[in-house]
Ligand binder design. Structure first.
Ligand code: SAM
Length: 289
């Protein structure tokens, strides 16, 4: 539907804010945050820090996930009565794995003008440094926290020709990498951690290399993980199982039987087939050494 401005109605500005480094705020964001009647913020205490830093004294109202439905009604009424409102989240661009979409949709339905202010997002910052040469990617946000659901989601993208982009927290990155390895194989990947912060960390390598970096350490900082599409020969499942077996063999002390059980359970395939492959692989690597 076309955007129609109602006479005397306010404007809803959707304002991107820094994901770490406060210098990343745009001049336009500062002006709008200063000029609006009200700032709707995911966490008012968090946004207060930002506003204090730039000496902005605009009133704040909370707008968080659990309250989106209720608060958005209230905010649309304010907009209709002529107030201008800036919507911000804790970090980055509202509506990208953050609250915002409900208010934007309701405001548009009510005929309010919506103005997005482009700026920081972990998504675009990570993509800009990932080197995806064909330019196509699929943003999946946070993967499910339950292993079964996560693996089901990943499995549905085995043949997808695009880079897959995920947001992930430090305490789940290792589990995500294990599941990517198990379902999609040892693809090329990239992680961007602590973007724009002091300990910014960009790593490119195979999934098993990234897994090695993430294993046995306390992982700090938030991650964007980008998994490149499979090369042609990686698309064969047999090769994937072999790669996973090798990873377990080189990186853990688990017995051949335990490794086979684990992989078979993870992939939902026959234990005896995996066990047979493991026997052959263990024998082959012994001969080589
Ligand atoms: N709306 C935000 C945006 O535009 O990037 C994303 C909000 S989402 C709740 C938070 C997730 O974004 C984190 O778990 C992490 O995956 C990613 N993220 C946010 N800041 C980041 C940073 N500085 N470095 C790396 N990833 C970051």
């Amino acid at each position: 539907m076309m955007q129609t401005n109602l006479d005397n109605a306010g404007i809803l500005y959707v304002v991107a804010t820094p994901i770490g480094n406060l210098e990343d705020i745009t001049l336009r964001a500062l002006r709008i945050l200063q000029e609006v009647d009200l700032i709707a913020a995911e966490d008012t205490r968090h946004t207060k820090h930002l506003l204090n830093h730039f000496e902005i004294h605009t009133p704040l109202i909370s707008y968080y996930r659990e309250k989106e439905a209720e608060r958005s009604e209230e905010l649309v009424q304010k907009l209709l009565s002529g107030e201008t409102i800036a919507l911000v989240s804790d970090a980055g661009t509202p509506g990208i794995s953050d609250p915002g979409a409900v208010l934007v949709k309701k405001a548009r339905t009510a005929g309010i003008t919506i103005v997005p202010l482009p700026g920081p997002s972990a998504l675009t910052a990570a993509l800009s440094a990932a080197g995806i040469t064909d330019g196509s990617f699929l943003f999946l946000g946070f993967p499910p926290s339950k292993k079964g659901q996560r693996q089901k989601l990943l499995s549905s993208f085995v043949e997808a020709p695009w880079a897959l982009v995920f947001y992930e927290s430090p305490h789940r990155i290792q589990a995500l990498l294990v599941d990517v390895l198990a379902t999609l194989g040892d693809r090329q990947a990239f992680w961007a951690r602590e973007l724009s912060k002091v300990y910014e960390d960009l790593q490119a390598g195979s999934i098993s290399q990234l897994l090695e970096l993430a294993t046995g350490k306390k992982n700090r900082g938030e991650f964007v993980l980008i998994v490149h599409p499979a090369s042609t020969q990686q698309q064969a499942t047999g090769k994937n199982v072999e790669e996973i077996l090798l990873w377990y063999k080189e990186n853990t002390e688990l017995s051949l039987k335990d490794v086979s059980h684990r992989i078979a359970n993870d992939l939902g395939i026959s234990r005896s087939n995996v066990y047979q492959m493991a026997l052959e692989l263990w024998a082959a690597t012994k001969e080589e050494s």
